[in-house]
Design a binder for this molecule. Structure first.
Ligand SMILES: *Cc1c(COP(=O)(O)O)cnc(C)c1O
Length: 404
């Protein structure tokens, strides 16, 4: 029996649709920022499940919320509401600009809800053809056909034509280019405060302020995609809070459930009320299990101690990474905010970020890339300082081997 249930990495190629190329090891358990594979090899986790595991692995707060709710009520569908979802909605509204929340299961779905709402807002304006959406090159908004088209990386969408229309892309951080395409026909502008998948590229504050002004002038909604930057990732509860710019719609997912799949679109009454019963929906969105975990994770993170801890860890990471770079001279820049960090490789190492990560994995460190030239770290927001030290010691061994 034991033998029959045994699975390993080679089964991936045998049984899984080949849209991923996972690491050669199979992870089986984690605790905090340490994870172990089938061979009991230990890894320090600087990847955080792609900016998801905000409290690391198996945090008691999340485990308790999940097991307590698991004994009570798992799912009822949206023909009934439930206590955990109402609590979570209240938390989000009390601590952000928003008045209303729509729950779903992922970042792509949150953006899908936002983009559809923007089209509805355009329709309700009474102006004909107010349906154009402006997005940015190199952006990432998810993998549904609408969101992947909104993303600014044609390699992810071009094979799936015909694509939804009415979307235009201009260069990120180029306000003049944005000005040229934001018109009376624009119903929405969607932007990431920090482009995550696109290489950990922060938006300039003046750029975001300019987009806000253009949206106000043309009557378009400003959507902040905070799927990656939200829920404490940048050291603020949401990244917009540090920009002086308030969006009309914000999308959040990844860290929101700390590892349990959940997403949300939050907005003001003005726009929320343009969606009517039946306009949009979901089976799982607002599920009690997901909401209970997200509520506990949100409450834990939304404290000065945790958020200041993220800023403290950022400063520590940057100092240590710069010191490492003085020795090995691999990176041109370390950028990002909070615990969303990107190490940009020098031109002579172009395309080799993944090679660095492969060496890091051999040394017992899990990290991410963001495009071909950026090594990305998105660890737990409460990663212990000694795990940062140990992870960076392993990273140093990887860099030593890389430059050889
Ligand atoms: C990851 C991500 C998404 C997509 O989220 P999924 O949960 O994978 O659908 C959308 N936008 C941004 C900015 C992201 O980082």
């Amino acid at each position: 029996m034991e033998q029959q249930n045994q699975v390993n990495r080679s089964d991936f190629n045998e049984y899984m649709v080949p849209v991923f190329a996972p690491a050669q090891f199979v992870l089986v358990r984690g605790e905090g920022s340490r994870v172990w594979d089938q061979n009991e090899k230990e890894y320090i986790d600087f990847a955080g499940g792609i900016a998801v595991n905000a409290l690391g692995h198996a945090h008691p707060v999340a485990v308790n919320a999940l097991t307590e709710q698991g004994k009570k009520l798992w799912h009822v569908g949206n023909g009934y509401t439930n206590e955990p979802v109402l609590k979570l909605a209240k938390q989000l509204v009390e601590h952000t600009f928003a008045d209303k929340v729509f729950f779903c299961n992922s970042g792509a779905e949150a953006n899908e809800a936002a983009l559809k709402l923007a089209r509805k807002v355009g329709l309700m304006s009474g102006k004909s053809d107010k349906n154009q959406i402006v997005a940015f090159k190199n952006a990432f908004h998810g993998r549904t056909l609408f969101t992947v088209t909104a993303g600014g990386q044609p390699k992810y969408s071009q094979d799936f034509a015909p694509l939804p229309g009415g979307l235009e892309h201009v260069a990120f951080n180029d306000l003049e280019a944005a000005k040229a395409v934001i018109t009376d026909k624009t119903c929405a502008v969607i932007v990431e405060p920090i482009q995550g998948e696109g290489g950990v590229v922060p938006a300039d504050i003046e750029f975001l302020k300019g987009l806000r002004a253009l949206c106000d002038e043309k009557g378009a909604v400003l959507i902040f995609d905070e799927v990656q930057t939200g829920v404490g990732r940048t050291g603020e509860l949401y990244a917009y809070m540090n920009t002086g710019v308030t969006p009309d719609i914000l999308t959040t997912a990844k860290a929101l459930g700390g590892g349990f799949p959940v997403g949300a679109m939050i907005t003001t009454n003005k726009f929320a009320n343009m969606y009517a019963v039946g306009d949009h929906g979901t089976t799982y969105g607002g599920n009690p299990l997901a909401s209970a975990v997200a509520g506990a994770v949100f409450e834990f993170i939304n404290t000065p101690e945790v958020l200041d801890g993220v800023k403290k860890r950022y400063a520590y990471f940057v100092e240590k990474l710069n010191a490492l770079n003085e020795k090995y001279n691999v990176f041109e820049q370390v950028r990002g905010q909070g615990l969303l960090l990107g190490c940009v490789v020098k031109p002579e190492y172009a395309g080799q970020a993944k090679d660095i990560n492969n060496l890091a994995a051999e040394e017992g460190l899990m990290a991410l890339v963001a495009g071909p030239n950026v090594v990305r770290f998105t660890p737990s927001l409460i990663i212990p300082m000694e795990d940062i030290d140990e992870g960076l010691a392993r990273f140093e061994r990887a860099l030593q081997r890389f430059v050889k």
